[in-house]
Design a protein around this ligand. Structure first.
Ligand SMILES: [Zn+2]
Length: 346
């Protein structure tokens, strides 16, 4: 049985791990990798220490820590398939593991149902914000994932690592003027140069720097664990099995490069575009209106003075240089973000 089927048929589980033959035969790792399930859909892989020391000497490089998550939104299938592909390669031994790695399949019940979420958006709940939502599937998972991350950072191999990167893989709902982009959480410390360089090398089209903290998974690991984190939007996804993974091959390659510690990828596309979030459009009333077509693409440039949104006594006008709209969505719940206004950095 393949891994995706195991995931979707509820067979990927820390308890079943011990009793169910399927998981062990499908996901057996080489003897130099210590694997453990920390929760359902959460797999910790640690390369053994002697192996790590000799690798360190050989490659003269620091062993670091890597968190790769997918499926925080259940219907964003392509990243889940990419992650499964990486796990298979690690299990077969065709992809060497040079870092401590935590692999997370975010929202399994939503993945099974083929929806973004069951009750509320999981990617608004991290950093304790789940308390602001009625209890449900996602609030439970947010609590569990936060605990799993804490547990992972108590692992001796992880504690002794110098740095941690977290890549939270997503696909956008709508079309985009930049197909692949990274959203970097707001940080008071500087963004690490090697992290930005890796994003550049991975051939994504744009990076967006946030101007405020929020409830995303990447913000959580950045704010609370000093991880270099980002939400990585890899393109548009189709239902499971219908994705053309060739479209995402640059991301898969960049992740392989990172996991294997090879640092061999180079940028082949035109220069990476950089944006800064200037303002967030927050829906606070039933009267909220977004004055652009529903299919407006991400990073669409809007004219100066245009009233992009309004509600009750409030309106948002486009003011240069914040002319670009990201994630416009009028259908969000009250209190949540209905869009971000961006300025282009030169
Ligand atoms: Zn998403």
């Amino acid at each position: 049985m393949d891994l995706l089927t195991l995931l979707l048929e509820k067979k990927m589980d820390s308890h079943l791990n011990r009793v169910e033959g399927d998981i062990e035969s499908t996901l057996q790792f080489p003897p130099n990798i210590k694997s453990s399930w920390l929760a359902e859909g959460v797999l910790q892989l640690i390369p053994f220490s002697q192996e790590r020391q000799s690798q360190e000497r050989a490659a003269n490089q620091q062993i670091d820590t890597l968190i790769i998550s997918a499926g925080i939104h259940g219907n964003e299938t392509a990243p889940i398939e990419i992650l499964i592909q990486l796990l298979s390669q690690l299990a077969q031994g065709s992809l060497p593991l040079r870092h401590n790695l935590l692999v997370i399949f975010g929202n399994l019940p939503a993945m099974r149902a083929g929806v973004r979420y069951l009750d509320n958006d999981l990617n608004r709940m991290f950093g304790g914000r789940h308390q602001n939502f009625p209890s449900g599937n996602e609030t439970k998972r947010a609590v569990e994932l936060e605990e799993v991350i804490r547990q992972f950072f108590r692992e001796p191999a992880v504690m002794s690592a110098k740095k941690c990167w977290h890549l939270d893989l997503h696909t956008a709902i709508r079309g985009s003027c930049h197909e692949q982009f990274a959203l970097l959480p707001y940080q008071t410390r500087e963004y690490a140069a090697d992290f930005l360089q890796w994003l550049d090398n991975s051939d994504i089209d744009a990076v967006v720097f946030h101007n405020a903290v929020g409830g995303t998974f990447s913000n959580f690991t950045s704010e609370h664990f000093n991880a270099e984190s980002c939400t990585l939007e890899v393109g548009k996804a189709l239902p499971f099995g219908q994705n053309d993974l060739a479209k995402f091959s640059n991301i898969a390659k960049a992740l392989q490069d990172l996991i294997a510690g090879s640092r061999e990828i180079k940028r082949s596309k035109s220069a990476l575009k950089r944006y800064q979030v200037v303002d967030a459009i927050i829906k606070q009333h039933d009267s909220f209106q977004l004055n652009i077509p529903e299919d407006t693409k991400n990073f669409t440039e809007l004219p100066e003075g245009f009233e992009i949104a309004n509600q009750q006594d409030q309106s948002w006008q486009i003011t240069s240089p914040a002319n670009f709209i990201l994630f416009p969505n009028a259908r969000v719940a009250i209190g949540l973000r209905a869009g971000l206004l961006l300025a282009k950095l030169t």
